[in-house]
Design a protein around this ligand. Structure first.
Ligand SMILES: *[C@@H]1O[C@H](CO)[C@@H](O)[C@H](O)[C@H]1NC(C)=O
Ligand SMILES: *[C@@H]1O[C@H](CO)[C@@H](O)[C@H](O)[C@H]1NC(C)=O
Ligand SMILES: *[C@@H]1O[C@H](CO)[C@@H](O)[C@H](O)[C@H]1NC(C)=O
Ligand SMILES: *[C@@H]1O[C@H](CO)[C@@H](O)[C@H](O)[C@H]1NC(C)=O
Ligand SMILES: *[C@@H]1O[C@H](CO)[C@@H](O)[C@H](O)[C@H]1NC(C)=O
Ligand SMILES: *[C@@H]1O[C@H](CO)[C@@H](O)[C@H](O)[C@H]1NC(C)=O
Ligand SMILES: *[C@@H]1O[C@H](CO)[C@@H](O)[C@H](O)[C@H]1NC(C)=O
Ligand SMILES: [Zn+2]
Length: 461
């Protein structure tokens, strides 16, 4: 019927507002524009407000700025870099901390490990790119030099912190320039994380020096891409893994003052400790000693770790975990290991990184307050035109950054849909009213109605 059809039409219109605007890609765009993902380790979101970044400002004034990303727990380097390239929570990609123990294999992981075993629970985007028939390039991105799912990145460096930013960038740029099959490139730099750990984020003199260097490196990146003829043709996502919190000698949690070292094994210590009770029949005793150890440290039995942390369903998570409050440091005995740290609860703003994006796919001068860092993965797959593997991210939350997407305000969309419904309801009522008052319908009218019904069916299929 007419009403049914109108209603259907209005639903279509409503949906269209949320749907892609025409062809996904403008075809050629996706096919020919490579994607570069850059991480400046430990770039806390609010550094953007506290320090000046002339080059970065330049970068996002002509692109997209996102104030803060909610990253994944634990807010450590390896878990978050792997989440960026898989779209998975740590419990689902298997890189859960900087130090891990796997009870199945009796293997131990540290950030120096070169055993791909740890990474094989997921498939990073560069491997998917290669499986789709393209090439990838990576300069020191965590994991890119290991044979994950039997593949390193196509072009890569073995991890070496001594290779300067300029050298990493120079190599990456020439890989991109000289090998047109390279679709995806990833670049990693250790600052401002290194300075944040060493001096603490509250040391504004040291931080501003380190951040000026980071900004200069962003300037260098823009310049080199320009020289290679890539600027304006390449899509760039510039982000980080986590933020940084100030630690203090006054905020120490000493396990030795609560429990004997003979009662437990430490896999990882701070700010999230992974604890294995020595005597498996004494788990509850160890737990209760740790649970009442310090008001600024929470203890969880594995089964009781809060769902929102998405940090439970993996064999590499130990029977007891301890989570320090922001700025507190867990030690066994001794003194403060470093003035700045991260790894804390991912709901803390101090743990959040920012994001900036630039390139033909992105809006210019666009600003968003935030989304989840795992949402970057479906965005990247979309930009690359490759299928996304099962992941925890959402493209819906990031698509507004793209120039090809029509993005009405959610409130406006809902308003329009409600408005249309009100009009339709009114029309229905009027129609019924008229029908009720008028003389009984003549045969031709009834036939018309019947025909209308017939027409409707294919539409509704
Ligand atoms: C988008 O455009 C490409 C190339 O022009 C075409 O092959 C593809 O079928 C289009 N997709 C849609 C959904 O229209
Ligand atoms: C596990 O590995 C450690 C050293 O890496 C070794 O001492 C221990 O015996 C191993 N345990 C088992 C059950 O294989
Ligand atoms: C791993 O990749 C190499 C080539 O890169 C190939 O020759 C080999 O068969 C692969 N192994 C497996 C188990 O897929
Ligand atoms: C590539 O990196 C190496 C160091 O590993 C460096 O010697 C070389 O100059 C770099 N190449 C470019 C083009 O920057
Ligand atoms: C383990 O704990 C249980 C219960 O507390 C105790 O009876 C047992 O002796 C302990 N075993 C060892 C090896 O300490
Ligand atoms: C902790 O260290 C201090 C000095 O470094 C030492 O005096 C004390 O005995 C240690 N405590 C334990 C339980 O090891
Ligand atoms: C995250 O995604 C993986 C892969 O699809 C899935 O197995 C897991 O259940 C998801 N986690 C959540 C919390 O939805
Ligand atoms: Zn980091």
């Amino acid at each position: 019927m007419l009403i049914r059809r109108l209603l259907w039409l209005s639903v279509c219109c409503g949906l269209a507002v949320c749907e892609h605007n025409g062809n996904d890609t403008d075809g050629e765009t996706t096919a020919t524009h490579p994607l570069l993902l850059v991480s400046f380790d430990g770039f806390r979101a609010d550094y953007l407000k506290m320090y000046s970044f002339p080059h970065l400002q330049n970068f996002f004034s002509d692109g997209v700025r996102v104030d803060h990303l909610t990253n994944v727990f634990t807010t450590k380097t390896f878990p978050n870099h792997y989440s960026l390239v898989t779209g998975l929570y740590a419990e689902s990609h298997g890189i859960l901390a900087s130090r891990m123990y796997d009870p199945q294999t009796n293997k131990t992981f540290t950030i120096g490990s070169d055993d791909p075993y740890w990474w094989d629970e997921a498939t990073p985007i560069w491997v998917s790119v290669q499986n789709s028939g393209y090439k990838s390039a990576a300069a020191m991105w965590p994991g890119s030099d290991l044979k994950i799912q039997n593949h390193t990145a196509t072009h890569f460096f073995h991890y070496n912190p001594k290779v300067t930013f300029k050298e990493r960038l120079g190599n990456l740029t020439s890989w991109l320039k000289n090998d047109p099959e390279v679709r995806f490139a990833a670049l990693y730099w250790e600052e401002p994380d290194r300075t944040g750990h060493m001096y603490g984020p509250d040391n504004t003199a040291e931080m501003s020096k380190a951040l000026r260097e980071v900004d200069d490196n962003i300037g260098l990146l823009m310049e080199q891409l320009q020289q290679a003829g890539l600027w304006g043709r390449i899509n760039i996502i510039l982000t980080s893994d986590h933020g940084m919190a100030q630690c203090s000698q006054e905020r120490l949690i000493k396990l030795d003052s609560c429990i004997s070292r003979t009662e437990y094994l430490v896999v990882d210590l701070t700010p999230v400790a992974a604890i294995i009770p020595q005597n498996s029949t004494a788990v509850s005793r160890v737990f209760s000693l740790l649970n009442k150890c310090h008001p600024h440290m929470k203890a969880y039995m594995k089964a009781d770790i809060p769902e929102r942390l998405h940090y439970k369903h993996n064999d590499r998570i130990q029977p007891i975990i301890l989570v320090a409050d922001e700025g507190w440091t867990i030690i066994q005995n001794g003194s403060l290991p470093r003035l700045g740290d991260h790894g804390y609860d991912n709901s803390l703003p101090s743990m959040h990184p920012f994001l900036a994006a630039h390139g033909p796919a992105f809006r210019k001068g666009y600003h968003l307050s935030g989304f989840n860092s795992i949402d970057i993965y479906p965005l990247m797959c979309h930009l690359l035109g490759i299928p996304a593997l099962p992941n925890n991210g959402s493209f819906v939350k990031v698509r507004c950054m793209l120039v090809n997407e029509t993005c009405a305000d959610l409130a406006v969309t809902v308003g329009v849909v409600i408005g249309v419904l009100i009009v339709l309801t009114t029309l229905t009522c009027l129609f019924r009213l008229m029908k009720g008052r008028g003389p009984s319908p003549s045969r031709p009218f009834a036939r018309l109605q019947l025909q209308d019904d017939d027409d409707d069916d294919p539409l509704l299929d």
